[in-house]
Write a protein that binds this ligand. Structure first.
Ligand code: F6R
Length: 246
């Protein structure tokens, strides 16, 4: 696992977009596993810019998203379906047939999770997984304690995660559950890129990079990944000891 520290959020977003673009140029049919949240917005903006200037096509790529709130229909304004459409998928030349976001309102969630895993396998597995990290070390919605062997499933959100995400919901009440791709599935990606920006991620980043590899810090599992990179801005890397910077 590598750690790269960039000066600020803009540089982080630029570098993340450049890595995604490079992988797509090497393999236009690449399979991507993607996050939502505040952190990747700058990366998505830059990828959309590359597409608009004619420098990058996504037409042959396949997209999977990491997670969705349980119970939300795809048209709910706080759903990750809407987030991804508005910030990325509707702004590029993605083939809608190859865009997959877990359905929060699936009538049989267990079967839907199994189908999601099968779709990932059917697409040939994930070439590049891009992640954010929660202040508690979660990746996707794999909260502290999530088994390293986990697959796509319905999970209960940590109260701290619900508080952080509450503002997106009426009466400040985030759903109690979510569907998330599991840690084993994330780790099977051929390459993993975790993005973290801001001082409020510094503790989680330090625990993941320098603490024990343990299920209490889900992102620590990436230390076992042969091609995993933590891409940080200086604030997010500010709790790391010396010697880790690229
Ligand atoms: C969202 C996801 C989460 C976020 C994490 C950080 O799809 O998988 O793990 O990446 O909560 O969110 P931000 O970027 O909003 O700080």
């Amino acid at each position: 696992m590598k750690v790269r520290i960039l000066p600020d959020y803009d540089a982080l977003s630029e570098t993340a977009a450049a890595i995604v673009a490079e992988r797509l140029r090497e393999k236009p049919s690449a399979v991507l596993l993607l996050p939502t949240g505040t952190t990747p917005l700058g990366m998505y903006r830059r990828l959309v810019g590359l597409h608009r200037s004619g420098d990058l096509s996504f037409a042959r790529a396949t997209f999977f998203n990491l997670d969705e709130y349980f119970g939300l229909p795809p048209e709910h304004p706080a759903s990750y379906h809407v987030y991804m459409r508005e910030n990325f998928y509707a702004l590029i030349d993605a083939d809608p047939a190859r865009v997959h976001v877990p359905r929060g309102d699936a009538p049989d969630p267990k079967a839907a999770c199994r189908r999601y895993e099968a779709a990932i396998r059917g697409a040939g597995g994930i070439d590049l997984c891009v992640l954010g990290i929660g202040r508690n070390g979660h990746i996707g919605f794999n909260e502290p304690g999530a088994p390293f062997g986990s697959r796509t499933r319905v999970v209960r959100l940590a109260e701290s995660t619900r508080r952080v995400n509450a503002a997106d919901f009426e009466a400040d009440r985030a759903p109690e559950q979510a569907i998330t791709v599991g840690l084993a599935t994330i780790c099977e990606a051929r390459e993993v890129l975790l993005l973290a920006s801001g001082a409020n991620k510094a503790g989680a980043v330090a625990a993941a990079v320098e603490g024990e590899v343990a299920e209490s810090v889900p992102a620590s599992v990436l230390r076992r990944h042969p091609k995993g990179t933590f891409l940080l801005d200086e604030d997010a890397g500010s709790d790391l000891g010396s010697g880790v910077a690229d």
